[in-house]
Ligand binder design. Structure first.
Ligand SMILES: Nc1ncnc2c1ncn2[C@@H]1O[C@H](COP(=O)(O)OP(=O)(O)O)[C@@H](O)[C@H]1O
Ligand SMILES: [Mg+2]
Length: 134
């Protein structure tokens, strides 16, 4: 299992573009990666063609309701596997407080996928906010 997090505290520096291109290239090679949108602005979800109509369809429900990542994966029109974001994700700091709690929650979920999803690559589009997901 490979986990790649693309982060930078600035917006507009190419994080989302990098995640999309990396996910698209790996998908084309038959690797079936999963792109996780951790930015509440949901730009990666949007340009992939995957919009979460409610927080329950997004990565937020992993944090809020302990949903397994596997349940949240959807396939984009171009065949990229995506876990969408939702504006409610901006409340994760309030749910977990600052610090490592939210990060640990995500890490626990990713590790739980190790046995279920085997060799999957997870590519994470981080938010530019200085919070749980800097
Ligand atoms: N390598 C690049 N060369 C030129 N423009 C780029 C490049 N990567 C991204 N962009 C453009 O820069 C803008 C911001 O990119 P984006 O990936 O949304 O940044 P971020 O996710 O860091 O906010 C977009 O309009 C995108 O098309
Ligand atoms: Mg972005």
């Amino acid at each position: 299992m490979t986990i790649v997090a693309v982060f930078n505290q600035k917006g507009g520096v190419g994080k989302t573009t990098t995640v999309l291109n990396l996910a698209a290239a790996l998908t084309r090679r038959g690797c079936q990666p999963v792109g996780i949108d951790l930015d509440p602005q949901a730009q990666f979800s949007s340009i992939s063609g995957i919009l979460a109509s409610s927080p329950d369809d997004s990565i937020y429900s992993m944090f809020q309701r302990n949903r397994p990542l596997q349940d949240l994966i959807r396939e984009s029109p171009s065949g990229i596997r995506v876990i969408a974001s939702h504006i409610e994700l901006s409340k994760v700091d309030a749910l977990y407080g600052k610090g490592y709690n939210a990060i640990n929650r995500l890490n626990t979920s990713l590790q739980a996928e190790k046995s279920a999803s085997g060799n999957t690559s997870w590519i994470i589009d981080c938010s530019p906010l200085v919070g749980a997901f800097p």
